[in-house]
Design a protein around this ligand. Structure first.
Ligand code: DC
Length: 233
């Protein structure tokens, strides 16, 4: 196994609403690692494509556009900011409309190729916790630790509904269940880099587990890895 200068690569994949972002942040903090929310990068790309009015059927135009975009994740006072072509889009990319659009734009080959390169570049030194759908299968198939974090559709929709309501969005649980199920379908049925558990990923079902339980289980695995390969800086 190749050693990386800044530590190991931890991959957390799974469907939307399984709690990946919360856990990835806590785990990254615990390890002193950088968190890379690849979903936020796909969302930012979708926002830029839509603002520029790019025809999503015209893959050559999508490819040209993607070669010009600059998406960065920055940690500012403990909060992860998403910058797209210099502008702070952290909150703009979190609406239900953007979720649906991203589910579509993330099926496009030029979008995936552009972000794949960026993610590999960001994580290659190690010392990172990457979360997404294809981290353990495509972005870092050689990640030292891989988790597949899931939960039932109902539980994930309940959490998402709660989160959106807190943010002032008016959504019902029924709508959210349909939305989560539809995104699951799009994410796992697409041709390129579909959502699936890597053969060597550790599956954690968070339906009945607290955040602390999930975190403790992951820390134990990473600690185990650190005694054989070095998980902490
Ligand atoms: O994790 P999220 O809900 O913010 O992800 C937004 C969308 O991006 C979702 O439809 C799946 C897609 N995505 C992807 O295709 N590959 C990734 N590595 C991360 C997210």
């Amino acid at each position: 196994m190749a050693t990386r200068p800044d530590g190991i690569v931890v991959a957390i994949d799974g469907p939307s609403g399984a709690g990946k972002s919360t856990i990835a942040r806590l785990l990254a903090d615990h390890l002193g690692y950088i968190q890379i929310d690849t979903g936020a990068m796909y969302r930012a790309a979708a926002l830029l494509l839509s603002r520029a009015g790019i025809d999503l059927e015209d893959l050559a135009a999508v490819e040209r556009f993607c070669s010009t975009i600059d998406i960065r994740l920055e940690l500012v006072q403990g909060k992860q900011l998403v910058r797209a072509n210099g502008a702070d889009v952290t909150d703009l990319i979190r609406t239900p409309e953007m979720s649906l659009l991203t589910s579509r734009t993330s099926t496009l080959k030029p979008v995936r190729e552009a972000l794949l390169k960026a993610q590999q570049q960001m994580g290659k030194r190690g010392g990172v916790v990457l979360e997404g759908r294809d981290i353990g299968t495509v972005v870092f198939p050689d990640a030292e630790v891989k988790f597949y974090l899931s939960a039932s559709v109902e539980e994930r929709a309940r959490r998402r509904c709660e989160e959106l309501t807190l943010r002032g969005e008016r959504v019902t649980l029924e709508e959210t269940i349909a939305d989560v199920a539809s995104r699951d379908r799009q994410d796992s049925e697409r041709d390129i880099a579909p959502l699936r558990q890597a053969d060597d990923a550790i599956m954690i079902d968070s339906s009945r587990l607290s955040v602390d339980d999930v975190l403790a289980a992951m820390i134990a695995v990473c600690r185990d890895k650190s005694s054989t390969g070095g998980a902490s800086k």
